[in-house]
Every structure is written in C-alpha cells, then in structure tokens.
Design a protein around this ligand. Structure first.
Ligand code: KIV
Length: 271
C-alpha cells in the first residue's frame, strides 16, 4: 500500500516520506466546513486554508485585504471538518513581513485559535527571519515561491514568474534557504516547468506546484476553480473537473420555476 494510503493522519513527516518514495502529494484549498469535509473524504493529503479565500469567498480582486481574524475563522471551519488531511493555514499579508516577532505572534494565534497544523508564508530571503522565529515555537512552516499573490502590487501582473535567469537563480537560492531554515515543503506557483524541476532536484523537502508543471513532488489547485464554481478565471494550468456553476444555476432556476408554478412543495413535501 502507498505511504499516503497507510497513514491514518497525514503529517509533515508523511509528506517527506512521500517525496523520498516518489509518491505524488495532493493538495486542495478549502475555506468552509461542508466543502472541507468533502475534500478530506476525497483523500486529499493536504488541505490549504488559502488566503485565496479573499478572491473566491469574499469577492476581492487580491489577497491583500485578508486579516488574521478572517484566516482564523476560515481555518476553524475547516478544522471542524477534517479528520485525515494535514491542514496548512496561509498567513495573511501584513502579519509576518519585516517583523519576526509579529510573525511569531500571528502564527501562534493561528495555531491556538484555529487548531490548524502548519502555516504558509510567501517569499524567500526577505522573510527568512520570520520563518526561523516561527519554527522556534515548534510550528511547521510551508514556503511559497514564484508568483506570490500578496506581492501583486510589486509585480503588477499575475503572469508567469522567473522566466529570466536572474529571477530563476534567486528562486533556486531562496528554495535552498527555506529548506535550510527548516520549512517542511514549498509551494511553487506559476513558474516554468524546467525551473520547477531544478528546484525539486536541488532540495530534499517536497515541492508542490500550481502552474509549475509535472516535475514537482505534488500539485495544488484552488477548489472553487477546479470544481468550476468560479468561471471568470481560466489560466492554462487549471483543469476543471466539474462545471458546478452551470449545475447550481440550473438547480436554482428550476427551484424558482417550481415555486412560481406551484409545483413545489407537492403533497409529499408538507405536513
Ligand atoms: O491561497 C492560495 O490558495 C494559495 C494557493 C494558490 C497555493 O496560496
């Protein structure tokens, strides 16, 4: 049986063993109780309470407005639902950059108030002090390199990162630094597949890609995108497994028609 199949609960160590055995890691986002339960039941290894909640749950254009209280609320909902998966919670913009004491305080709040199992931070050398300080409290840290959406106002676009040598070299150095600092895994977002392979071979902790090709140790997608709930976002890397928005709208149209026509409720649907 596979390592993930054998595990009653997925831990950071399980992910490390999976990389060593060449077993692919699966990760999806979740932000609420009902969908987190389905994701966990579906057998996903890691549930990410992503700050993409800002886009898909709150309707913001960026992840910048998310607060620590927002993230803790979403993480609490997910924690109540999940039995098996490892739960990683995004640290929101402004709670860890440039101040390692603030980073530690924020991470402790997430762990204590939500019950999540680990935190994720965006960035490389700029945030290494925060990563190290969070780790002193025994809190596992996942890194995130490449397209880091909290820096959207610096990048100016959500296009592919690190196409040029200078940025690619920095990304490899950052990945090594995050590993040396104690991160247990790194998300690689929207970078050339060839670069993602180099990073994956350069470090011994797992890489989990989104738009980073097939040469990484695992894959992550935003749940609402892969289920086809969000339809206004169609990057090349996204595979839609369902077209839920069409099905949900169809069901709602039908309900509206049934109520208006008097078909609902029928004799069996009343007391
Ligand atoms: O917030 C999020 O959903 C993420 C994934 C895109 C990796 O960070």
């Amino acid at each position: 049986m596979s390592i993930a199949g054998k595990a009653r609960k997925i831990t950071t160590h399980t992910l490390q063993e999976m990389k060593a055995a060449g077993e692919k890691i699966t990760m999806l986002t979740a932000y609420d109780y009902s969908l987190a339960k389905l994701v966990d039941n579906g057998g996903v290894d890691v549930v990410l309470v992503g700050d993409s909640a800002s886009n898909v749950m709150a309707g913001n254009d960026t992840t910048v407005p998310m607060t620590l209280d927002h993230m803790i609320y979403h993480a609490q909902c997910v924690v109540r639902a999940v039995d098996r998966s490892l739960i990683v919670v995004d640290m929101p913009f402004g709670t860890y950059q440039g101040n390692s004491k603030c980073a530690l305080d924020s991470a402790i709040r997430i762990m204590k108030e939500s019950g999540g199992h680990a935190v994720k931070l965006e960035g490389g050398s700029e945030i290494v002090d925060s990563v190290k300080r969070i780790l002193t409290a025994g809190i596992p840290v996942m890194g995130h390199l490449g397209l880091t959406p909290q820096s959207i106002y610096k990048f100016g676009t959500y296009s592919v990162r690190a196409r040029e040598d200078e940025e690619a070299d920095k990304l490899i150095e950052d990945a090594k630094l995050l590993e040396a600092s104690g991160c247990f895994a790194i998300v690689l977002e929207k970078i050339p597949a060839e670069l993602a392979v180099k990073v994956t071979q350069a470090i011994s902790i797992p890489t989990i890609g989104i738009g980073a090709g097939d040469g990484v140790d695992g894959q992550v997608l935003v749940l609402h995108d892969m289920l086809g709930i969000t339809m206004d976002f169609s990057p090349r890397f996204l595979r839609r497994y369902l077209n839920l928005s069409e099905q949900i709208e169809g069901a709602i149209n039908q309900y509206v028609d049934d109520v208006r026509s008097g078909d609902f409720p029928n004799d069996n649907e009343q007391y």
